[in-house]
Design a protein around this ligand. Structure first.
Ligand SMILES: Cc1ncc(COP(=O)(O)O)c(C=O)c1O
Length: 361
């Protein structure tokens, strides 16, 4: 690690490979893993993550938009890439040029794409999405069937699969089962898929063609427990800038929202909301210092945050602070931080500033 870093992430490629193997073991033989690497691989770094997964045998990738697909192609990734979002007409030419698979949810999109593909004398790869209750993307019946038939018969469109997305696989199995009933209309002779990490770990029924894990690959289990062992891929660290004694009755940080009940030792840490630390961790969050869980005191500020290090008498300027990851015998995970911040681990990862160094280990 370069000594100049004051806040940084480390990305463990062995952990990523181990999670891929664990997920693969929990799927039937031959199932393609379509790794969801959208939004900068959930903040972990698109290219190193996708390259590692591709080298480890991951068959396909899912990204948010054509620009991410183009980035993967530029990095030499030749595997099929599904654009999970809706592609705008201004993005079609990039998608066609790089053989990116476009998700269609409506006849409007289908007509737009067919026109562009015909004009450019190319064939667009297409997956048609069914809406089974998420109401975000996907066509409902009967538009779904109309779409499938339109794409299947169009000379410039190549239908390679269909899919849907589960809204509550980690929280409401009854809702999920109602969604699964509707998947009977997905044509079985094509690729068809719906299993995100929670569906895979729940052992919910899913087709053998593809699964679409995201969070699990990054080592976070969205369920309270499961038989699969996953390892967090990302650690997030920083440094103590200063340590000071604060007397009883003094207040800490903007808004003076924390008042010391007794004399305490306070560390000023070089991390704030500009780096992606949720401001909602003010007076709520924790970080590890020398293996001790230390509470956040007062408001998180733009690039500095205060920690109570009274229980860590040896802590000093320059010491390491672990926001996510291991320190001594303790671990602080994205799930822990999400609980403290009132959010979800997906958001903790994706709001990490892209400017933070990601050190590959
Ligand atoms: C369409 C789609 N499929 C799969 C996933 C992966 O979900 P998870 O991270 O829960 O495994 C996502 C993530 O948001 C998604 O949007």
């Amino acid at each position: 690690m370069a000594v100049s870093h004051r806040v940084w992430c480390t990305i463990s490629l062995p952990a990523l490979r181990s999670n891929l193997r664990a997920i693969r073991r929990s799927c039937p033989r031959g199932t393609h893993i379509l790794a969801v690497v959208k939004d900068n691989a959930y903040g972990h770094g698109l290219i190193p993550v996708a390259r590692t997964l591709a080298q480890a045998g991951c068959e396909e990738f899912g990204v948010a938009c054509a620009a991410e697909g183009e980035e993967l192609r530029g990095a030499g990734i030749r595997n099929p890439i599904l654009l999970l979002g809706s592609t705008l007409p201004s993005e079609f030419s990039v998608a066609l040029q790089h053989r990116l698979t476009i998700t269609l949810s409506s006849m409007i999109e289908a007509h737009e794409l067919a026109r562009t593909a015909r004009q450019s004398r190319k064939t667009a790869l297409v997956q048609v999405k069914l809406d089974t209750g998420m109401n975000r993307l996907g066509a409902r019946l009967p538009e779904f069937q109309k779409l499938v038939s339109f794409v299947a018969h169009h000379p410039h469109l190549d239908l390679i699969g269909t899919f849907t997305h589960l809204a509550c696989a980690d929280s409401d199995l009854a809702f999920t089962r109602r969604q699964l009933v509707q998947t009977s209309v997905l044509p079985k002779f094509l690729a068809h898929h719906w299993a995100n990490t929670a569906a895979i770990l729940h052992d919910l029924p899913f087709p053998k063609t593809h699964v679409r894990p995201g969070l699990g690959l990054y080592g976070i289990n969205p369920l309270p427990r499961s038989r699969i062992k996953l390892q967090p891929v990302l650690s997030w660290k920083s440094k103590i800038l200063l340590v000071r004694q604060v007397s009883q009755g003094e207040t800490i940080s903007y808004g003076a929202t924390y008042r010391a009940r007794q004399a305490m030792k306070v560390a000023t840490v070089a991390t704030g909301y500009a780096h992606g630390l949720p401001r909602s961790l003010s007076n709520q969050g924790h970080a590890l210092v020398h293996g001790n869980l230390c509470p956040v005191l007062g408001r998180v500020t733009m690039d500095m945050t205060l920690l109570d290090v009274s229980q860590v008498p040896q802590s000093k300027r320059g010491d390491e602070v672990v926001w996510l990851g291991r320190s001594g015998k303790r671990e602080h995970t994205a799930t822990d931080m999400a609980r403290e911040a009132g959010t979800i681990p997906w958001e903790i990862f994706t709001r990490l500033s892209p400017n933070l160094p990601r050190i590959i280990s």
